[in-house]
Design a protein. Sequence first.
Length: 300
Amino acid sequence: MTATIIDGKEFAARVRAKVADHVTRLKDDHGITPGLAVVLVGEDPASQVYVRSKGKMTVEVGMKSVEHKLEADTSEAELLGLIDRLNNDPEIHGILVQLPLPKHLDEDLVINAISPAKDVDGFHISNVGLLGTGQKSMVPCTPLGCLMMLRDHHGSISGMDAVVIGRSNIVGKPMAQLLLHDSCTVTIAHSRTKDLAEVVRRADIVVAAVGRPEMVPGDWIKEGATVIDVGINRLDAPEKGEGKTRLVGDVDFDSCAARAGAITPVPGGVGPMTIACLLANTVTACCRANGLAEPEGLTA
Ligand SMILES: Nc1nc2c(c(=O)[nH]1)N[C@@H](CN(C=O)c1ccc(C(=O)N[C@@H](CCC(=O)O)C(=O)O)cc1)CN2
């Protein structure tokens, strides 16, 4: 079987276009401009790229973008003070603190200081609890993007056997919750799972989110399964020239694509959906804050 390539770049552009339509409506009909504040602490090069991209795309869809770039040695009190100001700023509907944070900062404490209504990352403990109990919440962007692509490809995923490889709070656990809400039979596998190959071979849907380059080989994949690769791993690529790198996912693309029915590439798969869903979540947060109907098709 030759897999259909699920084009996350193209899908993300469609999501952003829908977001832009909603933003226009919010401005024209209600005089409201959704605002997103992104906080970056330190100089992690990948984080700088993601934050720049978030700011650019926020402006492109017509929203207000505010960036706060703080020194790597910023104190917890200073960061919490900024979050408090953003929580109380009526022009800001979404707040995101870029992760990872420098080691001296307590990530849980910082995330839980964000107002749950403005937590467009969906990482606040209140949103985690709401998602886990099937209530209206802010949904983490990467799993939301994966769900949108699965629904788009399959129509309905109800009754399908899904395996999520990875149990992180940011991707693995919320992904499993979303698949369960869509009536999949869900297994969360991880580094201690016995006979991982056999567990994965049962799955109609495989979501790989372990952070280990090309860990899943093609012979683990059931014929015709859908493979969603969340991994973004940068490897040295001396064949491309000195100091060059290449990106690979958590699955071995070529061998998995030879067996899968559909597969997301890296780059150009799940990654672009993360930022598109952040913009979608900001519009959703803005609508909720103003008691307006939520945009259809942009939430879980
Ligand atoms: N507060 C948050 N921090 C982090 C999150 C998050 O959702 N919230 N996720 C990641 C980083 N991330 C967004 O912040 C992100 C990662 C990757 C991409 C992306 O589009 N990747 C491209 C490849 C980009 C490249 O060349 O390096 C792709 O996969 O095609 C977007 C956003 C960690 N931190």
